[in-house]
Ligand binder design. Structure first.
Ligand SMILES: O=C(O)CCC(=O)C(=O)O
Ligand SMILES: [Fe+2]
Length: 236
């Protein structure tokens, strides 16, 4: 447990150190037009688009042959190695998680894994929200539901900001210490929660979100959910 805690701290540490670099240094990993990977803010899709109050680094981490290392920071020196280790740990967790979800849906243990394929894809987004002079006017991230099958989120443990929407109201997510929060896929049974991040005047906030999806060329068949639903109904 102590080891796990130290490892999660290391992820925060390298993330913080990366965002603390000069803009010039960070720009070496800048996102290219039309690509999601790299350093930078939102893709600009509309003239009057409101930008999120955030600095981001977005990287494909799995399968390994999909990585674009030119966007992987060389500074801090431990960044790449830490992200690789984190990805491998997350991959093991994802395997276990697929099993647990399949079981909870009344499906065979390997059903989701088979469907999502060995090469389930993972992308990691490092978010840094700087202190904001007008917190009431600007959001760190606008309301959204993650498009991933599920998200492993390492939220900042000292600074609040994440909120979830439920029954017409926003609720603050409690601060989590050395824990990963899992947001689950969207389907008729598990709902993908709408969330946002608010800003504050005093403190920067960091989070690391890993989006997990079925592998390339894989589609999750809609029948799976009917299969699951039927089983759940039969169980009741
Ligand atoms: O910063 C957070 O706590 C949430 C980040 C998030 O929702 C995202 O990156 O999709
Ligand atoms: Fe999100």
């Amino acid at each position: 447990m102590e080891l796990q805690k130290r490892f999660l701290e290391k992820i925060y540490e390298v993330t913080k150190q990366f965002f603390a670099l000069s803009t010039e240094e960070k720009q070496k990993y800048a996102r290219e037009t039309g690509s999601f990977q790299g350093y930078g803010n939102d893709m600009i899709l509309l003239d009057d688009q409101v930008l999120d109050w955030t600095d981001r680094l977005y990287l494909t981490t799995y399968p390994e042959d999909q990585r674009k290392l030119k966007f992987w920071p060389k500074v801090p020196i431990e960044f790449r190695e830490t992200l690789h280790e984190y990805t491998m740990k997350q991959h093991l967790l994802v395997e276990k998680f697929y099993k647990a979800i399949a079981r909870s849906l009344g499906l065979k243990d390997n059903r989701l894994r088979e469907m999502c394929g060995e090469n389930a894809a993972m992308e990691t987004r490092f978010n840094m929200y700087p202190p904001c002079p007008r917190p009431g006017k600007v959001l760190g991230i606008k309301p959204h539901a993650d498009g991933s099958a599920f998200t492993l989120l390492l939220p900042e443990k000292n600074v609040e900001g994440l909120q979830f929407f439920r029954d017409g109201k926003w609720y603050k997510a409690p601060l989590l210490r050395d824990k990963i929060l899992i947001n689950i896929m969207s389907n008729g049974i598990y709902k993908s929660p709408v969330h946002r991040v608010v800003t504050n005047k005093e403190k920067e906030r960091i989070s690391v979100a890993t989006f997990c999806n079925e592998g390339p060329d894989t589609e999750i068949e809609p029948e799976l959910m009917s299969e699951a639903k039927t089983k759940i109904v039969q169980k009741d």
